[in-house]
Design a protein around this ligand. Sequence first.
Ligand code: KIV
Length: 281
Amino acid sequence: MTPLPPSVTETVFCSSTDLSSQNQRVDNKVTIDTVLSWKGRRRFGALTAYDYPSARLLDEAGVPVLLVGDSLGMVVLGHPDTTHVTLDDILHHLRAVVRARPRALVGADMPYGTYKTPSAALATAQCLVNAGAEYVKAEGGTEILPQIQAIIGAGIPFMGHLGMLPQHILEEGGRYRIKGRDDAGHQQLLIDARVLESAGAFACVLELVTPPVAAELTAHCRQMLTLGIGSGSACDAQILVTHDLTGAFPWFTPKFAIPLARTGESVRSAALQWLKAVGEL
Ligand code: KIV
């Protein structure tokens, strides 16, 4: 039996219940092959989802790729960064998303500390797949190659994440920094993208990568999609934290995100109107 990472052994949720088969019964399901066929032909968008209604609404809007991102630590759970998110947290939210039976391809982040070794990485990825993830994402390139090989070797679709790595925020001194500006950073990104693509990753998030470098990586990778976030418009796809798009976390919005709704304001206003109505009863 594959050894489980510490947070997994504590949970009863990491069972063999195979929710992924539920996803496959959905009509016109977006698959890894579908999105790969869009490389160089169709730009698309991917958004985070953390619960049943958001997954259902985004799916109804036609969003083809959903991610149960560990950004849920900040925008849903109130933590200061993603390092506090556990595997149990992700599994809980992933299950809610999968219950919406989205047509979209659904993936999940591998939380901080759950992929330190190849066997831990595989156990984590397997838990996520058992809970309905159709792909898994982890942060890093060359330094986690054995982990990526273990995951892909087991037939689990893998999405990489290069550039600013939020799980390394503490090493970055608490700041989100743009990557690829200097020659060393640029070269490292090229190496890491090559490593991910050769290992068989189907996609890679490029977070806060300087736009010319993101464009170069996108052109360079023929078999791997790039999903940009704060990395310019030349990537194969854009990915965003849904709360940054909908204004549902109004206390902080990253510079690159333009909210297209004011959900926070709507909630405050509805509560205020209701309080007034209750007071007038
Ligand atoms: O956790 C997250 O939401 C992400 C972003 C790339 C969207 O990783």
